[in-house]
Design a protein around this ligand. Structure first.
Ligand SMILES: Cc1cc2nc3c(=O)[nH]c(=O)nc-3n(C[C@H](O)[C@H](O)[C@H](O)COP(=O)(O)OP(=O)(O)OC[C@H]3O[C@@H](n4cnc5c(N)ncnc54)[C@H](O)[C@@H]3O)c2cc1C
Ligand SMILES: *[C@@H]1O[C@H](CO)[C@@H](O)[C@H](O)[C@H]1NC(C)=O
Ligand SMILES: *[C@@H]1O[C@H](CO)[C@@H](O)[C@H](O)[C@H]1NC(C)=O
Ligand SMILES: *[C@@H]1O[C@H](CO)[C@@H](O)[C@H](O)[C@H]1NC(C)=O
Ligand SMILES: *[C@@H]1O[C@H](CO)[C@@H](O)[C@H](O)[C@H]1NC(C)=O
Ligand SMILES: *[C@@H]1O[C@H](CO)[C@@H](O)[C@H](O)[C@H]1NC(C)=O
Ligand SMILES: *[C@@H]1O[C@H](CO)[C@@H](O)[C@H](O)[C@H]1NC(C)=O
Ligand SMILES: *[C@@H]1O[C@H](CO)[C@@H](O)[C@H](O)[C@H]1NC(C)=O
Length: 522
């Protein structure tokens, strides 16, 4: 959800990405006795097929640091063991081994993780987590203009590596977000105005199916699977490589500012204008968020309500004229204008993790009345939470992102995806509420309750103002929401058929239960 925030440009490496070559995951762990049984059948089954060097048990020194690489505290669960495959063949062996290990008489399952930036669905306490972190390399083929990217890469490093080849792709804005989940859920990038969702740039997926077979899915081969994976997420197989149509690398013109909260009407009008842009302004992207107690790298940017705005011109054109210009005149709490390459922009947009988090999302017609209503609810929410959980114990971000109708059209032109936005003829705005809680899980449950209520109120207000749009974006949705079910009957039917065809025994529905599952759509 949180995208693209700020502040100090972090240092980033330019090295070519590559697989971890060493024989063990962590040098400290070489002393482990590899023949000892753990007593956890699925973990022992992994060891028995020769994968001990890819498994981390809780007693291994590398285990805790790896758990801390998940973004939200909510998802820092501790499985019986982690398995970190290094290549597609490993993934195939891991899947068949874990499925064969059965589920015993208990209730253990398998989780799957790429960048670990979702709040839930990517880890498990009762069972085994397949962690694709070490499959993070990328490469470029100039003859096909294709970037091949492994799922465990983070966008900052992936961009740095692709820049060495002179190219980039429509990937994430926050440099820590993972390639794997981002592209399967859709993927809103700075290039969305021109290129649609990130998934619309995928020309081929390499996929490990539930029975261990490795297949490719593209326009010519397994095209039903190709289309289903664009937005249909973890319902069909484990994607081990994404081939993306590339574009020349470039510098972005990026303006970031924090404004006093009393300018909310002007910012709302700016968002509305952006969502009504025609495609001639497709290089200009706007992200705006209404926030309370905003922190970056542990430092408080604004202890009270404020508004964040980020304007990017992806052609690096500082003279581009948009309604954003009027915000540049306002006295800012903080402002930064920087010309940055993709890796730098991603590094500068990383959001702190390691806190409790909740989120919810809605989409509605581009009507300023609804946007203003969502602001009013946010301000009331902040007041209520200050009372209940304490003013310093939480932060909020409430994003308003333009979803022009051209997004659905672009997706359709590029082969189609599962999001169903081509059926939304109106320009729209996506609301994403996020709350970060610093104190404890009890406070999180209170904050989540309030957030879910705010989300429901926005839905009913939009509907009663003839502004309702069903679309719920999976990458920002809470587990209580039903994004796949919001993508339209045709797409639901397509995902059901593809899941049944490529995973006839339902491994991705029942044994890997995290994320949004097509079998649970009513
Ligand atoms: C700080 C922050 C900024 C964000 N910014 C943006 C943004 O700008 N635009 C946007 O669209 N979204 C954004 N998001 C949302 C983000 O796209 C999703 O959370 C996405 O799922 C993260 O990808 P990941 O690889 O880190 O996911 P993970 O948490 O690792 O996985 C997410 C889900 O996908 C499944 N999955 C992961 N990899 C695979 C695979 N290889 N094969 C099959 N299933 C898989 C997992 O099982 C899990 O259910 C942001 C999120 C955060 C926290
Ligand atoms: C490893 O454990 C097994 C079984 O407990 C034991 O027989 C063996 O001696 C141990 N090996 C080492 C190198 O410690
Ligand atoms: C891959 O992981 C290694 C080890 O964590 C890291 O040094 C490298 O930068 C990563 N590369 C990418 C593209 O994420
Ligand atoms: C907003 O508040 C600032 C002080 O933070 C003040 O200078 C400005 O005049 C106010 N603007 C509006 C439109 O209320
Ligand atoms: C930059 O934007 C301005 C204003 O929209 C436009 O006139 C100009 O042609 C653009 N420059 C480039 C290089 O696209
Ligand atoms: C932007 O920040 C600079 C300091 O970095 C300040 O001098 C300037 O007044 C700010 N501009 C606005 C519009 O607030
Ligand atoms: C914030 O959380 C801490 C830790 O749970 C708690 O001690 C404190 O009372 C909370 N603050 C307020 C104002 O409620
Ligand atoms: C694996 O599953 C796919 C999809 O159901 C099927 O086409 C393929 O034949 C299976 N492979 C094996 C070896 O059973």
């Amino acid at each position: 959800m949180w995208c693209c925030i700020l502040v100090a440009a972090a240092v980033f490496g330019h090295g070519l990405a590559g697989n971890i070559a060493s024989a063990t995951l962590y040098p400290q762990d070489t002393h482990q006795n590899k023949s000892t049984l753990s007593g956890a059948p699925p973990c022992d089954a992994l060891v028995a097929v020769g994968l001990r060097d890819s498994v981390l048990f809780p007693s291994d020194n590398g285990y805790e640091p790896q758990i801390e690489s998940w973004f939200a505290l909510n998802s820092r669960l501790r499985p019986w063991c982690l398995v970190l495959p290094r290549n597609t063949a490993d993934v195939s062996l891991v899947v068949t081994t874990l499925v064969k290990a059965g589920s015993g008489a208990g209730d253990w399952h398998i989780a799957l993780r790429s960048g670990g930036h979702n709040i839930d669905g990517n880890n498990i306490a009762n069972g085994v987590t397949i962690d694709l972190s070490f499959m993070n390399s990328s490469d470029y083929n100039p003859s096909t203009n294709t970037a091949s990217i492994e799922p465990g890469g983070r966008w900052e490093h992936t961009y740095a590596s692709l820049q060495d080849h002179g190219v980039t792709v429509a990937g994430g804005r926050d440099g820590d977000v993972g390639v794997g989940g981002f592209l399967l859920g859709g993927g809103i990038s700075f290039f969305s105005g021109r290129l649609g969702f990130g998934c619309d740039s995928v020309t081929n997926f390499e996929v490990v199916l539930a029975n261990g077979s490795v297949v490719n899915a593209n326009e010519r081969v397994n095209s039903d699977l190709w289309r289903a994976l664009k937005g249909g997420s973890g319902n069909f197989g484990i994607v081990t490589r994404y081939d993306l149509e590339s574009i020349p690398t470039r510098d972005l013109a990026r303006d970031l500012r924090f404004l006093p909260s009393n300018y909310s009407d002007l910012v709302v009008d700016t968002v509305v204008d952006f969502a009504n842009h025609d495609e001639s302004l497709g290089d200009d992207a706007l992200v705006s968020f209404f926030t309370y107690n905003y922190k970056s790298h542990g430092k408080t940017i604004s202890p009270d309500l404020a508004i964040g705005t980020i304007h990017v011109n992806t052609a690096g054109n500082w003279s581009s004229k948009t309604s954003y210009n009027r915000l540049e005149q306002l006295p800012a709490i903080l402002n930064q204008t920087t010309t940055q390459n993709m890796a730098e922009a991603a590094a500068a947009s990383k959001v702190d993790g390691g806190t409790w988090a909740a989120r919810s999302t809605r989409t509605f017609k581009n009507d300023p009345v609804i946007l203003r209503y969502s602001n009013k609810l946010h301000e009331e929410y902040v007041e209520a939470m200050k009372e209940i959980i304490g003013a310093d114990n939480f932060s909020t971000v409430m994003f308003l992102q333009p979803i022009p109708s051209s997004l659905g059209r672009i997706g359709q032109q590029r082969g189609g995806n599962m999001l169903g936005l081509q059926n939304v003829k109106d320009n729209a705005v996506m609301w994403t509420g996020g709350v970060t809680v610093y104190s404890d899980e009890a406070a999180l449950s209170v904050a989540k309750e309030g957030l879910d209520r705010m989300s429901a109120q926005i839905k009913s207000f939009s509907e009663s103002n003839s502004g309702g749009i069903d679309f719920i974006y999976a990458n920002y949705a809470d587990d209580s929401q039903d994004p796949l079910g919001s993508y339209g009957a045709d797409n639901v039917q397509h995902m059901r058929e593809v899941a049944a065809k490529y995973d006839p025994t339902g491994v991705f529905q029942t044994r890997i239960p995290g994320g949004f599952k097509i079998s649970r759509v009513v």
